[in-house]
Every structure is written in C-alpha cells, then in structure tokens.
Design a protein around this ligand. Sequence first.
Ligand code: HAM
Length: 422
Amino acid sequence: MSINLPRGTQDILPGQVEKWQAIEGKAREICKKYLYREIRTPIFEHTELFLRSVGETTDIVQKEMYTFTDRGNRSLTLRPEGTASTVRSYVEHKMFGDAQQPVKLYYVGPMFRYERPQAGRYRQFVQFGIEALGSADPAIDAEVISLAMTLYKEMGLNKLKLVVNSLGDKESRSAHREALVNHFKPRINEFCSDCQNRIEKNPLRILDCKQDRNHELMSSAPAIIDYLNDYSREYFEKLQKYLTDMDVSYVVDPNLVRGLDYYNHTAFEIMSVSEGFGAITTLCGGGRYNGLVEEMGGPETPGIGFALSIERFIAALEAEKVDMALNESVDCYLISLGDAAKDYTVKLLHGLRSHGLKAERDYLDRKLKAQFKAAERLQAKFVAVLGDNELNNGVINLKDQATGEQREVQLNQFIETLKSLK
Ligand code: HAM
C-alpha cells in the first residue's frame, strides 16, 4: 500500500515551485528596499509562547495547534504564526538595544494550524510576514500596509481590497469591552459554549465566532470605532491620511476584529475581489500589537506587522490569470554523435556552466533525432552538435534555433562565441 501526504498539506512540484520562488524573490527584493531584514526562528516553540501571545480564547489556541510532548516531557507546539516567535526572539536577543531603530524584520516559512482543509486553507502553509518593532508612529503602520500592497501589485495583482480598522488603545478597548458585555450578556445562552466562555474572558472574540456569525445580536453589536478615545482616533486618522498620501486606496470596516488577541490600534486585511476567487478571500492580515513585547518579558515597545500566505497569493494570481512568464529557456544544448564526442561533452558542458551559461546534454544515450527533440523541449536557444569527426578536426557545429542559422566554430573558441551571441 502506498502512503499519501497528510490531509491539508501539499507537495510543491517543479513547474509550480517557480511561482513560489518568484513571490519569495520579490518579497525579499522589496524588503531590502524598505530595510526589513530576515529572521529565522524555530519551527516549534514552547506552547506557553502562543498561549500568552495569540491568546487562550482564540480559535488558533483552542482548536488548531499541533501540540506535542517531547521526550523530555516539555509541551511544544508547531508554530501557528510568526509574530510570537519574532517577538520572543526580539526580547531574547535584546534587540530593543540595537543601534538601528525601529527593528524591522521579515520571515518566510511554514506555519501549522489544524483547520478544516478547503481551497486556500491548509494545515501546513507558508507565511511571508514582516514586523516593525520600536515605533509608535502611524507612518510605520502606513509603511507596513504599503509594503504588502506593493508586493501584490508588483507581482501583477490588481483586484484587491484593503480594509482597515482601529481597535484602539487599552482605555478605548475597555470601554468597548463593557459595551459588548452589556450587549451580549442578557442573551448569551443563545450562543455557543465558546462564546459563553468568551463573554467573561474576552468578549471581543464573540464578534469573530464562526458558529454564531448570523445571530441577530452580531450586526447590532457595539463597534470599537465608536469607543475610540482622542489619542486612538487621531492615530487612526493619521494612518488614513498617510495611506491617502501614498495613493493606497482602502475602506474602513468597523467590524474587522482579527482572530488573534494581541492587536490594538491599527488592524487591516487585504482581500482578493477577483470573480474567479474561492470562498476564502483574505490574502493578508496584520495590525499593531503594542504591549506584546512586555507580555514576553521585554521593555514597553510598540510593534506592528502583517503576514500573508504564499498559497493564497498564488491562488489570487491564478484567479486573475496573471502570466508570470516563468519559462526560462536554456542557452545551449549539447548533442553528440559517437563515443569520443559523447565523452568530450562532459568537459564541454562543465566549461559552459563555469562561464555562467545555462546548458544541458543528453544522459540517456538517445539517438540524434531524440537529442534534438530534447533540446526543443528545453527551448534551447542554441544547439551545438559534436561528432567524432568534428572532434578530430577541433570544431563544433552551432545552430541558432530561432533563425535556423548554422556555423562551424573552433572548439577552443566555442564558449567565447556562444557568450558573445547570447
Ligand atoms: P492571520 O490572519 O492568522 O495573522 O494569518 C495571516 C495570513 O496567513 C492570512 O491572511 C492568510 O493569508 C494566511 N493563512 C492563515 N491561515 C491559513 C491557512 N490555514 N492556510 C493558508 N493560509 C493561511 C497572523 O498570522 C499574524 N501573525 C499576522 C501578523 C503579523 N500580525 C502582526 N504581525
């Protein structure tokens, strides 16, 4: 019996992997421009890290974590997201003391959530994310949002919707919390058991409940935006001004609450509005998390970031039918005829590659015609044919596949000739 891959995971095969590389390459290139530097943290962390950051009442912590006990009896968890690990590392390595501030980091790597798999939702998925720590200037919120939008746009996506909201500071949140309790409490027995728990522990989470989404009290629930104090409101207004200044279009959605507990002030999501896109339209999510660094044992430090999955990025590119022009052709395919010539192509091929050319030869002892076919399949720009006779005479036949033009070249000038033609 053969063994298949686990539910909710996927193999990324050649042909598809080039899209991943293109996105990751573009993400790295943009991060360089915006001065975000890469951080790599472990795939698993102490479970406690996610309880404290993502939050005990969230779906991620309650239902979706891959948690296991190792042989030393420690509770470990495959990371469900990247912010917690980044902040843990920031505190552990005292980056708050770095000369360069704010500290701007990015990561690319697999995350794990035990969710119900469907199109765009996996149990292992790859996030690209950025985190900016140490600044409470709304201009950095605008920078973070614009970096995500720039990445999508430069990859060719156009049908996007950016949604922003403010979750306010501590004071605003506690006023809102009280209003939520007053709103839901009298009829909380009509809600799921999770929500009945949330009313005491974290009433904001009720707004994010998948089960009770259509309950009539949901649409009439008090919105945080009506409870913002002056500082929070001005902060949010400044962010919107900066987005407008940068020509980043957005809509304000007072119902956007996000599924993780660490957020305050800015919260945002980017969706695909392409007709061909599936039911799950959120491509990217992020926001501000002032207070999280302290929660992890560091000094009071503001922070903001986002994460997006490459899986949903590719799905959006496919829905918008973006041609990623991934078919890179080969510079030269070496065809040989006769044993001595065949041997010689080993050295010749190595020489071509050492000079930076993309080249290939036959490894299957194919007949001449089949070797030409192989060259065509690789879309070789040039085909070089070497027979034992040519080898004896120190020459090689070079054919330009586009024009059909053929010429005989001295073997000792072959590489230079090819380089100049290319
Ligand atoms: P999140 O909203 O949980 O936020 O996830 C961010 C993005 O990860 C989503 O918008 C989606 O593209 C992708 N994603 C999440 N779950 C799945 C899944 N099961 N399959 C495929 N893609 C998925 C966070 O993770 C925060 N750490 C973002 C952040 C960074 N906030 C501040 N800094």
